[in-house]
Write a protein that binds this ligand. Structure first.
Ligand code: CAA
Length: 381
């Protein structure tokens, strides 16, 4: 299998790298400290076409593959994981389900705005009592006046309050579990939606995560995504490629940490020589570099598999598990290389540790990834 980047993928990497270095890096510290949603960076990324990477060209997107998507998210996450997850959630779980499961009319109606960044997308599956057990939703969608009425509340919704469209999973046949769930696209401006205040979190301070309530929220039948009862599969397929994006975010965090640890190990002198001359630091650098490279190759292989149209559920979970656990380990080790300076908030290392933790939790905890991997292996003949 060929895993070298094509000229197009190299080009998108250069574009994303320049954007990350020139625009994202100088803003990252303030975004974290001020807990500021980086609308300016989302707008600049939109102008570069980075919000429509996975949208087909006929709907105004770049029509690129999942490997390109992973490269873009990694480059941005090297400097700001908040900006990366906003763009990641918009691109994968927010927009991709419409491209994959939408009718021609739905695609024409929504994809151009999502590709241009005129509207941001969000994905509303999780509820207060339905996190890992995503099939047992309490939000209902009841048929009413030729459409549906949605009632219930979604929890931990990334891009809440900033999204112009929400992909929402709700029970059309309550009590039937996965089979009773349907997916809907709900406009952010729908008067039946109320967004709670952003949660105070441990990290990812620039990314807005809130509760989203649906109170007698009227949605036309034409805004249902897929058939009634297909919603759980829509969500699971969205999460499969979403996990490629979260893996890329984790790799960006880890690569950024490794870059800073290397620079510090070259410059910082103790006992009369750079600390990089000591084997105890060299061991850390080597172990970090191996984890970053292995996570990247795994992510690229899974993205390539997805792009070839092969099943990739198990591979996406393996990738997410390995890349996000590696990001946690690498950011902590890199912080240790910086010693006391790593512990100060004026350097980006502590932020990276706080941000990396989220990657082990969202888009399926790493315990759920193990469940998916083991089930797929045991099921295989
Ligand atoms: N693709 C397509 N279909 C799938 C699928 C996949 N990856 N996984 C399961 N399905 C199908 C199954 O084939 C089955 O269909 P059939 O009955 O026709 O065979 C149906 O869906 C039900 O599947 P399961 O029996 O496996 O369902 P389950 O209730 O046992 O749950 C689970 C499986 C894997 C644990 C699932 O609930 C899960 O992934 N949980 C984690 C949810 C999650 O990742 N949440 C993240 C929230 S979003 C977020 O974090 C985004 C953000 O903002 C950053």
């Amino acid at each position: 299998m060929e895993l070298a980047l094509s000229p197009e993928q190299e080009e998108i990497r250069r574009l994303a790298h320049d954007f990350a270095v020139k625009e994202v890096k100088p803003r990252a510290q303030a975004i974290d400290q001020d807990h500021e949603f980086p609308q300016d960076l989302v707008d600049k990324a939109s102008q570069l076409g980075l919000l429509g990477i996975l949208v087909p060209e006929e709907y105004g997107g770049a029509g690129l593959d999942h490997l390109s998507f992973a490269i873009v998210i990694e480059e941005i996450a090297r400097f700001c994981a908040s900006t990366a997850v906003i763009i990641d959630v918009h691109t994968s779980v927010g927009t991709e389900p419409i491209a994959l499961f939408g009718t021609a009319e739905q695609k024409r109606r929504w994809l151009p705005d999502l590709a241009s960044g005129k509207r941001l997308a969000a994905f509303a599956l999780t509820e207060a009592d339905a996190g890992s057990d995503a099939a047992h939703l309490k939000t209902t969608a009841t048929r009413r006046d030729g459409g549906y009425e949605l009632n219930g509340a979604k929890m931990f919704i990334t891009n809440a309050g900033h999204a112009g469209l929400y992909v929402v999973m709700a029970a059309t046949a309550p009590g039937k579990g996965a089979e009773g769930i349907s997916a809907f696209v709900v406009e952010g401006a729908n008067p039946g939606i109320t967004v709670g205040p952003p949660f105070e979190k441990m990290g990812l301070n620039g990314s807005a995560i809130s509760e989203v309530r649906f109170d007698r929220c009227q949605v036309p039948s034409t805004d249902r995504l897929g058939m009634e009862g297909d919603g759980f599969k829509v969500a699971m397929r969205a999460l499969d490629s979403g996990r490629i994006g979260i893996s890329a975010q984790a790799i960006g965090l880890a690569q950024g940490a490794l870059d800073d640890a290397l620079a510090y190990a070259r410059e910082r002198k103790q006992f009369g020589k750079p600390i990089g001359d000591f084997q105890t630091i060299q061991n850390k650098i080597a172990d970090m570099a191996v984890k970053v490279s292995a996570a990247r190759w795994l992510t690229w292989a899974t993205a390539a598999r997805c792009d070839r149209g092969e099943a990739f559920t198990k591979e996406a979970s393996m990738t997410k598990l390995f890349a996000t656990d590696s990001a946690m380990e690498v950011t902590l080790e890199a912080l240790q290389v910086l010693g006391g300076y790593g512990y100060l908030e004026e350097y980006p290392m502590a932020r990276r540790v706080r941000d990396a933790k989220a990657c082990q939790i969202y888009e399926g905890t790493n315990q759920i990834q193990r469940v998916v991997i083991a089930r797929e292996l045991l099921r295989a003949s």
